[in-house]
Design a protein. Structure first.
Length: 438
């Protein structure tokens, strides 16, 4: 039922996006689902899984007997003559006579069934193992796409809030400009303060425009990661505040074993062991049962209705094929398979150490990011309080514009530090999720 709801939700979103004139809202989870549905590399890997499934079925059909019908018609315009020695047929002199007929037609039913062939069932298991490896690589591709879209969504959310901050700063500088302009026109402030306020307001407008451009580029990049047209009208609904939610992030009980990197190496090593098994089986003989039933027609004419000219032939047998020189060549295959098993075991050990270090590092980085975000939030609130008080002082004329600018720089830095720490927290969360195999 959950799978059906998921499919319906993705299809609904896809239909909306197919019409670029529609305006749609997309959360991060919806962006991930849509990206996984649309990305061509996932479609290619999915087709690869289907190919390997087909190979498994192909290998399984090798167990079936080979049954075939054959037909052959040979017509001799002039048959060769056979020399008959004198006295063999009562003749006094050697003679040349024709033996056989001009028309030789044969219809046959052949049956070949392999009773035992080295590596036959092992080949089936190898094909199944390759299919499992392709399936796990597909899962890794999906995880990689999920992480790409998640990071792009975080980047978009960061650029969006930075743009909003620039808008707020522009509005503040505009209010400073209008206030100082009024004072300047009334002769209550100096030309220098008026020029400084004018320049600050223009610079704030330019910074807002730059920030807007960066935000729009981040939206285009996110749409690219989702594989939807850049002109699609989309509103991305999740903000940095909502994305900071660290709930629902449990580590797997079998964390290292569940990581796709380890799974792929384990599957590869299983394939190495199957190859070793196949190499050892190559020393064994191949045993085949065969049978044939044929009908031969011999006549100088094409009168197939004449039953006299038809004669049946049938036989059964068993063939045993024992490799001799192959056993010498096979020795190196056995050696190579053993070396590959040892090599993959070393890779599994190293990957296990790498993942353990990644988990430890991600956990520490997440704790530090949470602490830094909390500290930057406190500093930002403090800077905001100071700014509010000094803005009131500036409005009533008890604070100079230059002093207010110092406070403006402080709140700007506090805002930027908070947004940066919030973004770092999101990246730490993503790294923690990747380490957890999510």
């Amino acid at each position: 039922m959950k799978k059906l709801i998921y499919i319906i939700s993705v299809l609904t979103l896809f239909v909306k996006i197919s019409n670029a004139q529609d305006f749609i809202e997309v959360s991060m989870n919806q962006a991930i689902k849509l990206g996984i549905k649309n990305r061509n590399n996932i479609k290619a890997d999915s087709l690869n899984v289907l190919i390997y499934k087909s190979i498994v079925k192909e290998k399984q059909k090798y167990i079936l007997p080979d049954l075939s019908l054959k037909g052959n018609l040979t017509y001799y315009g002039d048959r060769e003559k056979t020399t008959v020695p004198a006295g063999l047929l009562g003749n006094t002199e050697p003679e040349k006579i024709k033996l056989g007929t001009n028309n030789n037609t044969c219809g046959a039913l052949d049956l070949n069934y392999t009773l035992y062939k080295p590596g036959l069932y092992t080949d089936i298991n190898i094909a199944k193992n390759n299919n499992a490896l392709a399936d796990e690589k597909l899962n890794q591709t999906k995880c990689d796409i999920k992480h790409e879209i998640t990071k792009a969504y975080y980047e978009m959310a960061l650029k969006k809030v930075q743009y909003e901050i620039m808008l707020q700063e522009e509005h503040r500088y505009k209010s400073y400009y209008e206030l100082i302009k009024g004072k300047f026109e009334n002769g209550a402030t100096l030309q220098n303060d008026f020029d400084q306020a004018t320049l600050d307001y223009k610079n704030a407008s330019i910074n807002t425009q730059k920030s807007k451009q960066l935000y729009e580029l981040s939206c285009i990049n996110l749409k690219y990661k989702m594989n939807i047209p850049a002109n699609t009208n989309v509103e991305f609904t999740d903000s940095i505040e909502s994305l900071k939610n660290l709930n629902n992030m449990p580590m797997s009980k079998n964390l290292i074993a569940d990581r796709t990197e380890i799974k792929q190496l384990v599957i590869e090593n299983k394939g190495n062991r199957l190859q070793l098994m196949k190499a050892k089986e190559n020393y064994l003989p191949t045993i085949t049962f065969f049978a044939n039933y044929s009908q031969y027609f011999q006549s100088n004419y094409f009168d197939y209705s004449n039953s006299f000219n038809w004669s049946p032939v049938n036989y059964v047998g068993i063939q045993v094929s024992i490799p001799i020189m192959q056993t010498i060549k096979n020795h190196e295959l056995v050696k190579q398979s053993k070396l590959k098993i040892a090599q993959t075991n070393e890779l599994i050990s190293q990957e296990t150490n790498d993942i353990q270090n990644e988990i430890t590092s991600a956990s520490i980085e997440l704790q530090n990011a949470e602490l830094n975000e909390q500290t930057s939030m406190i500093n930002y609130n403090l800077a905001q309080s100071i700014y509010d008080r000094q803005k009131q002082q500036f409005q009533i004329g008890t604070l100079q514009y230059q002093d207010l600018l110092n406070t403006e720089k402080s709140i700007h830095n506090a805002q930027q530090n908070y947004i940066s720490s919030a973004y770092d927290l999101l990246l730490a969360k993503l790294k923690y999720e990747i380490a957890g195999g999510r």
